[in-house]
Write a protein that binds this ligand. Sequence first.
Ligand code: LLP
Length: 450
Amino acid sequence: MNHFDYRDGVLHAEDVPLARIAEEVGTPVYVYSTATLERHYRVFADAFAAHGLEATVCYAVKANSNLAVIRTLAQRGAGADVVSEGELRRALAAGVAPEKIVFSGVGKTAAEMAFAIETGIAQINVESLAELELLSQVSESLGAETRIAIRINPDVDAKTHAKISTGKKENKFGIDLVDARDAFAKAAALPGIDPVSIAVHIGSQLTELEPYRAAFERVAELTRTLRADGIAIAHLDLGGGLGIPYGAEEPPPPDAYAAMVAETVGPLGCPIMLEPGRMIVGNAGVLLTRTLFVKPGREKTFLIVDAAMNDLIRPALYDGHHAIRPVREAASDAPSVAYDVVGPVCETGDTFAVARPLPEMRAGDLAVFASAGAYGAVMASTYNSRPLVPEVLVKGERYAVVRPRQSYQDLLGLDRMADWLTEADGPISLEEASPDAESEPPRRAAGADG
Ligand code: LLP
């Protein structure tokens, strides 16, 4: 359930009409709903409590790392799963308690490890023997005893898109299950390392429980083996990955997921950590866009909108489906047109949807790409020198711009001239070269929606 609904014929985010945000902030713009974020967090966390599990929900910051989003969840009690020093700094800045932060990822640098240890986070998830050795050196040099999980690769097929499947033995993630016992023995013997947990994460956008069940059964069996070996596994980190309905999918509800967790690892009697990302934020956000042109072709009709693949890359990268909803509600008997919905970027891959039936759209009309709260803004780039789009957080009747639109000054100002290029003619003034660069990019004139 989310809080994007039509009221009086206009799509709202909670109590705020999206046409108003388009008018006041401009498009494209990401819009997030606080009520949806809080609801998803609560439903997920409560499901584990209801099944008698002691669970810490470490929100996977990579899904949406806006500080206001992280803080909204932190205020409800969420921890954080981070994969870089940048994400760790975001989690801390947003007020997540260090003892609720886990650090995952296959390629941490020594500097990132040292920063994490000095910050006193809950646990570092180790994914290779080489990483284990480096972490031991860094930890010992800081006089620390670092709590770690070893992430295992259980070799199960998550039955999701190949680019976001992580638990097969050919994937780069984790230590093969067959080598896990030796890895834990090694970890127990290394200075500066305290192996306390097993971590697993088999992929993202999972729509079935069975792959999870297979993975968690393997984790439970390994826990028993390690405990018999004298390694005190005190808790488990079961990762994230629970899917959301983008279209026709029917992913398992959190309650069924929690029941399966209780069945598989509940008897071990240890607290668990979970790392949901998409499940919390995916349907809590939309990308609001305005139609630039309707371009009838000989074979197709293109709906050219002002958002592009650089703003939301999921359709181009994973063939991701995002529902498209016009901001002005169409009459139930309105005829539909099959549009290829495309952005302005100079690639055919800049296609959001092919032959998508929508009510007839005109230049200026607003629409949203739904379910864009996860892996949307965080994966945006400035390709084609398109400034990063703003992010807005709604709460009831209020909204706040939680990231302003990038200005042209900021966009151009990241670059530097090589000194030999300015020797002959002197330095280039950004102001002269790009007048009004400090101002925000011009907004489109308002269309029929506002
Ligand atoms: N934990 C670990 C170790 C992860 O690698 C991930 C996601 C998560 C948790 C959170 O997974 P979630 O609950 O959000 O599925 N950009 C892709 C998804 C990449 C997921 C990467 N890892 C997409 O847009 O579909």
